[in-house]
Design a protein around this ligand. Sequence first.
Ligand code: NAI
Length: 303
Amino acid sequence: AFKSLQRYYSTTQHIQTVGVIGGGQMGSGIAQVLSQAAKKNVIVVDLNKQVLEKSLAGITSILDKNVAKGKMSDLEKSDILKRLSFSDSLKSLANADFVIEAVIENAEIKCNIFKELDQIVKKEAILATNTSSISITKIAAATKRPQNVIGMHFMNPVPVMKLVEIIPGISTSEETQNITNQLTKDMGKVHTVARDTAGFIANRLLMPYINEACQAVYEGLGTIEDIDTTMKLGCNMPMGPLTLADFIGLDTCLSIMKVLQAELGDKYKPSPLLIRYVEAGKFGKKSNEGFYSYFIPASNTFK
Ligand code: NAI
């Protein structure tokens, strides 16, 4: 049994620096946990400098809360922050041993990034993607090292949620998978393995449920609050599907539904209401408005 476990996990001692591409809600969370739990040096890359500032501010505020609650010392906080750095150029990842990509859910953008990354990062480095639904095999094919490319699908919010879905593509090597399994463990997470099919396991099951909730609003089955409360209190869901959709990001939900529809057919057709919200720029919590409003009233700003 020990031997088979050894085969399942490989050492990650050689991984000193991890690159995270995309400093949005997922990228920030992944960067925090890589530094905090796995004790790796992390370089976060985003095109948008404001996103990088927001990412550092967001992580600092979470750590401050942990210190205030007595869950973490000031020294631990400053060590976590010391291991984090931020950049607006992929070139700063030249010495990374492992890279996790978490930019917007768009196949063309992800493939272009992997193509560029392949030429920048040392050839033995592993390139992982946090995509929710796009084919790992397709992203891997944009590189000359498909054996070193893998799906590493974190759940939101990353510091809280235990699971990571690991998705080997058709060409992914066993070694790449074993190192990724171990890095996931180093981050304090538990992994499952999913086959490289649209939406993998989590979103194949979750997104049709969220989409159906959007359709329920569209058809007037009940109010937004009644639909959420019914599922929360009636089915013991930790939160209603529309609240969850706002947390995930309605743009991300729509992109995932489109991938499911393209691969699996019209059973997975996005609800027209989901499309309308995204057209309106109402992406949920990250844009301050979705099914619910998240604006901070002006009177509270200076409290
Ligand atoms: P987000 O919109 O918060 O962040 C995306 C970031 O990518 C933005 O900061 C944007 O500036 C950056 N970006 C876009 N193009 C870029 C480029 N060419 N180079 C560098 N940065 C670039 O989105 P979120 O929610 O963090 O999602 C990111 C990825 O994680 C997506 O693939 C999504 O499907 C996946 N995911 C999302 C989950 C969620 O609940 N939101 C859960 C699990 C995975």
